[in-house]
Design a protein around this ligand. Structure first.
Ligand code: IDP
Ligand code: MG
Length: 151
């Protein structure tokens, strides 16, 4: 078993469209544990740091404008293999080609409005969690259903 943590952000379009509950439910129903959850309007600095790898891309400025335009919901999930599994639940970057059944495949049509972010690797997740959350904001707890999720 590989217990991991990942960083998820419901982007301003997901919040505006009232998809927060639906999206959190999908991760809960899959069996992943919420260890961090907050709503915030990110600063430009935070958004730029988060998307630092895309700094030279033509969509970078528009992306930062979009992410800072409204509240986002920042989430930390924990569970076996959660980094790759959450990316699978989220679906491909372009919602138009994302598989039905995935969050982007079910709820989006445009790459610039793809509803949700999820860390792409364990190291990225560690960097992003540290960027968005302080350690006091993360809760260590054991769900009572744990024995029904893991043998
Ligand atoms: P990911 O979110 O699936 O990891 P990345 O390639 O890392 O996708 O891109 C980060 C984010 O940048 C995407 O989720 C999307 O919001 C935005 N983005 C990526 N490519 C484009 C584009 O061609 N036009 C507009 N926005 C883009
Ligand atoms: Mg990415």
């Amino acid at each position: 078993m590989s217990v991991e943590r990942t960083f998820i952000a419901i982007k301003p379009d997901g919040v505006q469209r009232g998809l927060v509950g639906t999206i959190i439910s999908r991760f809960e129903q899959k069996g992943f544990k919420l260890v961090g959850l907050k709503q915030l309007k990110p600063s430009r600095e935070l958004a730029e740091q988060h998307y630092d790898v895309h700094r030279e891309r033509p969509f970078f400025n528009g992306l930062v404008e979009f992410i800072t335009s409204g509240p986002i919901v920042a989430i930390v999930l924990e569970g076996d293999g959660v980094v790759a599994a959450a990316r699978k639940l989220i679906g491909a970057t372009n919602p138009l080609t994302a598989e039905p059944g995935t969050i982007r495949g079910d709820f989006g049509v445009n790459i610039g409005r793809n509803i949700i972010h999820g860390s792409d690797a364990i190291e990225t997740a560690q960097r992003e969690i540290a960027l968005w959350f302080s350690s006091e904001e993360l809760t260590e707890w054991t769900p009572t259903i744990q024995p029904w999720l893991y043998e």
